[in-house]
Design a protein around this ligand. Structure first.
Ligand code: GDD
Ligand code: MG
Length: 342
């Protein structure tokens, strides 16, 4: 069985980190986001198709070095084709019912149970569902008691949302869905394809599950998901290899070869590899990129510091993004695909 992982897209809401890295490789508890996802795939899934474009070479390189016991195919679109176009672009690999997974979700969904549900319902499409308060940022459904979805609206205004149940970013699709998607075009699965399948087939189902669900689409959720996973593992922090930690860490993740000076406090923050934090520093709800230096006595709250940046001694920063290097060529100024209010 095949699973397509949608790991293209620029991850614009996670800049400056996506200026230098593929979103799906950003670390969660010191392990790339995509690796957490692949570990949730049922045994039955023997082939994983990575639908990629931006920073394809980093993703390829990661899978060249790490074995997941499955065939991993890197399928690079010539240009971003959107969530539907990327699925169509992988059609030559599809042999039967297949999974499609957004790469930026960390959750407790059991994909084997979802597959069982899909078969039992004889569904053409099954999508995972999760209740949220801020529906406008997601795809929202109207659902009947038996699980049939009668409406799917991508990023509606709050007053137009049919319910509080959103598309949780994991789908099971029968191969006939591919016939609905035109080749070679920018196609949104959520805006163009799902509504058509609901209307034409009436066999579009929603699968609710229990536990936790996090969309790792923006900096705040990127921090929150790690706090949640730490809590689940009953840990206050994690550190990588060859670190020298003299300060105190709370609810934080620290990569390899990180140095933290004495009387420094790190709270609800994520530090990538090779970070050097001075003495008497406070980092609160910060994400700190690779090879960053943070001078003694600095106080940073809600700050994202991109790779290779330097923070002077006694800096005081609040709610900001630090990036003083050129923006990579071709990197869009805003989210391309599933934009709110488009
Ligand atoms: N290969 C490829 N090509 N992948 C893409 C492309 C593309 O052109 N565009 C986006 N993706 C990938 C992203 O990397 C991400 O893993 C996934 O498709 C979804 O795109 P996002 O840009 O993250 O969409 P979103 O978060 O605004 O909304 C989506 O996820 C929500 C749940 O988190 C939608 O599916 C919503 O309906 C859903 O509720
Ligand atoms: Mg997303």
């Amino acid at each position: 069985m095949e699973a397509i992982i949608l790991a293209g897209g620029f991850g614009t809401r996670l800049r400056p980190f996506t200026f230098t890295k593929a979103k799906s490789l950003l670390p969660i508890l010191n392990e790339p986001m995509i690796s957490h996802l692949i570990k949730t795939l049922p045994k039955k899934v023997d082939t994983v198709i990575l639908a990629v474009n931006y920073r394809r070479e980093q993703i390829e390189d990661y899978f060249f070095k790490h074995d997941f016991g499955k065939t991993i195919l890197v399928n690079e679109e010539p240009e971003p084709l959107g969530t539907g176009g990327a699925v169509k672009f992988a059609d030559r690999y599809i042999k039967g019912a297949f999974f499609v997974l957004n790469a930026d979700i960390i959750c407790s969904l059991n994909l084997t149970e979802m597959l069982r549900f899909h078969k039992k319902k004889k569904a053409i499409v099954t999508i995972s569902l999760w209740p949220v308060e801020n529906v406008s940022e997601f795809g929202v459904v109207d659902i009947k008691k038996d699980g049939t979805i009668t409406k799917f609206v991508e990023k509606p205004k709050a007053e137009d949302a049919p319910s509080d149940l959103i598309n949780a970013g994991a789908y099971l699709l029968e191969p006939q869905v591919l016939n609905y998607i035109e080749s070679g075009n920018l196609v949104s699965m959520e805006k163009q394809i799902f509504p058509q399948i609901i209307q034409n087939t009436g066999r579009f189902f929603g699968y609710k599950f229990k536990g936790y669900w996090c969309d790792v689409g923006r900096i705040s959720s990127y921090i929150n998901v790690q706090s949640l996973l730490l809590e689940k593992q009953k840990k206050t922090f994690v550190t990588g290899e060859q670190c020298s930690i003299k300060g105190k860490l709370y609810h934080s993740c620290v990569g390899n070869m990180v140095r933290i000076g004495k009387t420094t406090t790190i709270e609800s923050s994520v530090l990538f590899d090779n970070v050097n934090v001075g003495e008497n520093v406070l980092l609160d709800h910060c994400v700190i990129g690779e090879h960053v230096e943070i001078g003694d006595g600095s106080i940073l709250r809600n700050v994202a510091v991109g790779d290779n940046e330097r923070i002077d001694k006694h800096a005081n920063l609040d709610n900001s993004v630090v990036w003083n290097q050129p923006i990579p060529e071709g990197y869009p100024s805003k989210q391309i695909g599933n934009v709110i209010g488009e």
